[in-house]
Ligand binder design. Structure first.
Ligand code: TZP
Ligand code: MG
Length: 224
């Protein structure tokens, strides 16, 4: 990735909201919360429709299309979690995969011209993702999270410092248990952005939580 595109991506990943309808009370709430999060200033959205009570088939496709439309109307990047076919069907901006979601070399070929994000739990996984051409890394879980039932043990901000001290200059986001209270610490450890599910999807006022998070992130970035 060219330096200018990398700088732009680092900016675009600043406040990365991840959600599916099952993280909200209903599909209707999912869409309302997404719109409010956009109003509050999220910069990237990942459609992660998986687990108990998730939408499938045509309903999932329609929701993904609606979500992409509202994201693009407001210049928010739209990324699809795991599902290559869905990413292609909605012509998303990119795909995000975990360590067990398939062969990275194959996935990179299939996502040519799109962004590819890869989750990493260790420095070795981050390096492997870079070798395979990932555009950005999602590092975590940083803190304890109850949103992802199969989440690994929290790695803390040490993982971020470790990745950065190995001269890994790839766009990097932290994920897992990130809140308004700890977002600044995560940014100061060296990430370009923070990814959250419950802090926004469970908020009484998703718009103000999003704008407060963005403020904390931008302030912390200036202090790094
Ligand atoms: N990957 C690692 S932790 C996590 C994912 C998808 C869940 C993050 O959710 P929350 O509610 O922000 O802790
Ligand atoms: Mg996955």
């Amino acid at each position: 990735m060219k330096t200018q595109a990398k700088t732009r991506l680092k900016q675009d990943l600043s406040l990365y909201y991840v959600a599916g309808t099952m993280n909200c009370c209903s599909p209707k709430d999912f869409y309302r919360i997404l719109v409010q999060a956009i109003q509050g200033g999220i910069t990237t959205f990942q459609f992660r429709e998986k687990g108990v009570n998730c939408l499938s088939g045509q309903k999932q496709l329609e929701m993904a299309k609606r979500a992409k439309e509202v994201c693009h109307k407001h210049d928010v990047l739209f990324i699809v979690n795991d599902d290559l076919d869905l990413m292609k069907a909605v012509d998303a901006d990119g795909l995000h995969v975990g360590q067990t979601d398939g062969n990275l070399a194959y996935i990179r070929r299939q996502t040519e011209g799109k962004l590819l994000g890869v989750s990493a739990h260790t420095l070795a996984e981050a390096k492997d993702a870079i070798v395979h051409g990932a555009d950005y890394i999602g590092a975590g879980p940083i803190y304890q999270t109850s949103t992802k039932p199969d989440a690994k043990k929290p790695v803390g901000v040490d993982l971020i410092a470790e990745i950065r001290s190995n001269q890994v200059n790839i766009p990097l986001v932290g994920i897992g248990g990130i809140t308004l209270q700890n977002a600044s610490e995560v940014i100061k450890a060296g990430v370009d952005g923070v990814a959250v599910i419950s802090e926004i999807s469970g908020a009484v006022d998703p718009s103000s939580v999003s704008s407060n998070l963005l403020f904390v992130i931008q302030t912390a970035k200036r202090d790094v």
